[in-house]
Design a protein around this ligand. Sequence first.
Ligand code: RET
Length: 311
Amino acid sequence: MAGFMEKRNNNALNVNSYPQLEADIAITTHGSDWYWAVTAVMTVATFIFIGLALTKPRQHRVFHYITAAITMVASIAYFTMGSNLGWTAINVEFPRNDPVVRGSDREIFYVRYIDWFITTPLLLMDLLLTAAMPWPTILYIILVDWVMIVTGLVGALVYTRYKWGYFAFGCAAFFYIAFVLGWEARKHANAMGRDIGRTFLYCGSLTTFLWTLYPIAWGLCEGGNVISADSEAVFYGVLDLLAKPVFGALLIWGHRGIDPSRLGLHIHDYDEKDVAIHGEKNGTNGHANGNGHTNGHTNGHTNGNTNGETV
Ligand code: RET
């Protein structure tokens, strides 16, 4: 039995080890197992969000797709970390005596930041499109978000006290994002209607609260080397589970009664203005051109059009 169990054990740490790259402060099999568990949740969430999207007409899928992309990217990042990949060894600024953080090098998972670089702008799009913010504001917030993530990555890779300079830039960027979410976007969402205001309030508050905890985790892990690599896995993992699948479910649920056209999102379906598709269809029907024209003038919010005409 024991032999059988051993064969089934998680062997990622042995398979993906590099003699040239060793970190004294690194995840154990427990950390790897936890990363695998998060991978599984992110994968299941992705399929659920895509499945839910398919139950809606195309004009109503935008938030499902954005949210599914977020958990899809996260599942690959967690697959990487569970496999003991996507990290590099960095000298710690603060050597410690506590056995779980003792040593000169710590594993820094740079893949986390690649994930965040892709997913945090998508999370912000989910929120700011809900608040119907003007697109230049959305663009600018995303650029500031990138400043936050990239300074966090560079700070994590720097081994002198200069890392805190990068951390300070990242925090400044975060304060600006929190201000826009908590003030401008909240007011804007409220002006769009009660249900929109409420959905934004729930999802925006959850985000602002959770995002505040990320720099704290960074300070305890990449920055201060206070908690072990396994505890780091749990800390960031719990935050990511709440910030992605739980946030996503709440957002999609909040949007169940909100037509995207109310948010200024005028989305066309295939059967509306696409001349190529109409041309083909009408061609086979001989004189059925009138039909194509009437569809061409609707706004894409008429659900009746969506069935049976897809290609
Ligand atoms: C860093 C360090 C620099 C200062 C700040 C940070 C904030 C990171 C945040 C990350 C959010 C990630 C999410 C991921 C998954 O969905 C980069 C740690 C402020 C807020 C939400």
